[in-house]
Design a protein around this ligand. Structure first.
Ligand code: ADP
Ligand code: MG
Length: 642
């Protein structure tokens, strides 16, 4: 039997450090939160080489008394929590007393601090958690912490670091979110000697948004608010016409803390149901306030995920804030569109029923209840299925028929319940002859173009259901094909093929995409690569690019969303190495498929079915199934024939 030893303190600290500071961005987040907790009104964050060699955070907060300076770097040393009771009503961002110890364990630190009202400050130098120097110092009131050579003593962790660019952009995003969380604090972010953001700290949300997200985003926002006795929500949500191709501008803050939450995301997107095209997402900056003991912030080491005591109240708060804002701005008739379908997978703990909801809001709450149709319990014995429900409920059938691998049975992902159904979409049918034979028919070199007629004789397209599924009779079975997924797959294969020769569409007037300084310079850096995909990108001022050509498969109105998705991928993969191109192709394939999926004539349905049935296509690039079979036996069984 192996002997059991207690780990030595240093090793234990290194392990603990890995949980709290996994990347430079997590160190910056902790330091910035400490500065906010210190009551500072002005904070500067400066980094070099993605934060790997240098991070400095300076604040004008309360400072640290000389006698406490060393203690602050001990594990579980905190001034913010005394006892277990306190844990239920945490008002500060930090409370675990781990961050400084963790950062110190894996870097070289200089601390310079002077407590408010003290005559003198103190300077402390640490290396790998050990104090190497401590001396009195003259410095302004407040605290400066400089972190150098992060992870210098943990080579294994160093290997996990991405490029300086990728780490730098994660930091930039952390600072942005934190700055957005506190419009009352002026935050400056300097990256490699250049100021990236500088918020005024005048407590105005709009000016904070303007300085962090830019004029365009700010102009597309409308104010939103709601409150009841337990939850209040205020901030801004985007007008439907300012929706984006991704969720990167959805910001939620709960009691001043930046949080990621599917619940909140879903509440927001439900309010836009039937107002957005598939693949478009609302943006928001929403501040949610609730009693500290309604939220458990102690469920995630970086405290970015929270648990709510009452999911339903929080959901409703966000939902009605957004809905109210939209109705006000658009004079929208709620009875036409609101079906308050709470996603089951999100509201595990709540029992929700739309009638009960209406009753509640009619009496005890200041939220305005929508007079929408209830979604449950009406209409006799029929069960009306949404497209995604249908997809989910039949995946097992697919798996059985095709013996698919694990990843094919994955549910469609968190966005699935927010996708507005195409049924009521405002798309105008747009038949594009280039797309009517095969998704890549404009390109003679592509393999997907080889739809063979003989196969056509073996199947019969019955039609299309729900604007999503092609129904085909073939080999004595009924087959369902996910039109979008099939299209996406065919495009993806075409893009990947070595003989791919992009067809570009020349735009009469260039499309100007105001995507912010960082994304604009990223796209310009990658202009040559983007050209191989059919985009031509030119500089257009500091924070924008002008696009003169787009791949012909992409709709002009999708240009900006495709480019911002590409930026996201480029940031994640660092550089467009051939090995990383798949993720980029997926973005384009997906957008092209959306374009093609808006309306389908019979030729298009037949062409897609032919490509799928000929065996070229069984999964979309994201691994979702493209086709499933309902055998005659299954049908017969369902009807009690066998
Ligand atoms: P926590 O924030 O969870 O308390 P930390 O390890 O981040 O733990 O910090 C330890 C303590 O050091 C804090 O509780 C606080 O008293 C002090 N401290 C850290 N940073 C600052 C700062 N910028 N200004 C004032 N005090 C600070
Ligand atoms: Mg802290």
């Amino acid at each position: 039997m192996p002997k059991i030893f207690e780990l030595d303190q240093h090793v234990a600290d290194l392990i603990a450090a890995g949980e709290v500071v996994s990347r430079p961005a997590s160190a910056v987040k902790e330091l910035l939160e400490n500065s906010i907790d210190s009551g500072a009104s002005i904070i500067t964050v400066e980094i070099s080489s993605g934060g790997m060699t240098y991070i400095r955070v300076t604040d004008n907060g309360c400072g640290i008394a000389p006698e406490d300076a060393q203690t602050a770097f001990l594990r579980h040393a905190t001034s913010k929590l005394r006892d277990a009771q306190g844990l239920e009503s945490i008002g500060t961002l930090g409370f675990r007393g781990e961050a400084l110890a963790a950062i110190a364990a894996v870097s070289r630190i200089e601390l310079l601090t002077r407590a408010q009202g003290a005559d003198e400050g103190i300077s402390l130098t640490l290396e790998a958690g050990e104090v190497v120097d401590m001396s009195p110092a003259g410095c302004p009131e407040g605290t400066t912490i400089i972190v150098r050579d992060l992870f210098f003593n943990t080579p294994a962790r160093l290997k996990f670091m991405k490029s300086d660019r990728a780490e730098g952009s994660s930091i930039s995003s952390v600072v942005l979110k934190t700055a957005l969380s506190r419009p009352d604090v002026s935050i400056r972010f300097i990256k490699d000697g250049k100021t990236e953001y500088h918020t005024p700290g005048d407590s105005r949300v709009d000016s904070c948004i303007y300085s962090l997200l830019g004029r365009e985003i700010e102009a597309g926002f409308i104010s939103a608010e709601s409150s009841d006795e337990t939850v209040s929500v205020e901030g801004f949500v985007s007008l439907p016409e300012s929706a984006r191709g991704n969720r990167s501008y959805q910001f939620f803050f709960v009691n001043g803390r930046v949080v990621r939450s599917l619940l909140l995301q879903s509440a927001l997107e439900q309010a836009y149901k039937n107002r957005l095209q598939t693949g478009r997402f609302p943006s928001c900056v929403l501040y949610i306030t609730t009693k500290a003991n309604n939220v458990d912030v102690n469920v995630h080491p970086a405290k970015t995920e929270v648990k709510f005591i009452s999911d339903k109240q929080i959901f409703d708060g966000v939902y009605y804030a957004a809905l109210g804002a939209l109705e006000k701005s658009q004079n929208f008739n709620p009875s036409e569109s609101i079906e308050h379908n709470l996603p089951k997978e999100i509201l595990r703990t709540s029992t929700f029923n739309s009638n009960e909801n209406n009753a509640n809001f009619g009496t005890s709450s200041s939220y305005k209840a929508p007079s929408g149709r209830g979604s449950a319990g009406k209409g006799g014995g029929f069960k009306v299925m949404q497209a995604d429900e249908f997809r989910n409920s039949h995946i097992s059938e697919y798996t059985r028929s095709f013996g698919s691998k694990d990843n094919q049975t994955k549910s469609p992902g968190p966005h699935s319940y927010t996708e507005p159904s195409n049924k009521q979409s405002s798309y105008q049918p747009k038949v594009d002859s280039r797309n009517s034979l095969s998704p890549v028919s404009s390109n003679k070199n592509t393999p997907a173009n080889s739809a063979t007629t003989p196969i056509h004789d073996t199947f019969r397209v019955i039609g299309e259901a729900l604007n999503v599924y092609i129904i085909v009779e073939h080999k004595g079975s009924v087959w369902f094909i996910d039109k979008h997924a099939a299209h996406e797959r065919l495009h993806f294969d075409a893009l990947k093929s070595t003989s791919y020769d992009p067809m570009s569409e020349s735009l009469l007037t260039p499309v100007v995409c105001r995507i912010g300084h960082e994304d604009a310079s990223l796209l310009l850096e990658q202009a040559d690569f983007l050209e191989t995909l059919g985009f031509s990108v030119e500089s257009f001022g500091e924070d924008a690019v002008a696009i003169r050509h787009i791949p012909s498969e992409i709709d002009i109105s999708d240009t900006e969303s495709v480019l911002s998705d590409l930026c996201l991928q480029l940031k994640q993969s660092g550089i467009a190495e051939p090995a990383q191109r798949d993720s980029i192709f997926k973005v384009i394939a997906c957008k092209a498929a959306i374009k093609a999926g808006r309306s389908s004539d019979i030729n298009e349905l037949e062409s897609l079915a032919s490509n799928v049935i000929s065996g070229d296509v069984s999964q979309c690039p994201h691994g979702r199934p493209v086709i499933f079979e309902m055998t005659k036996a299954t049908l017969d069984k369902g009807f009690g024939r066998i």
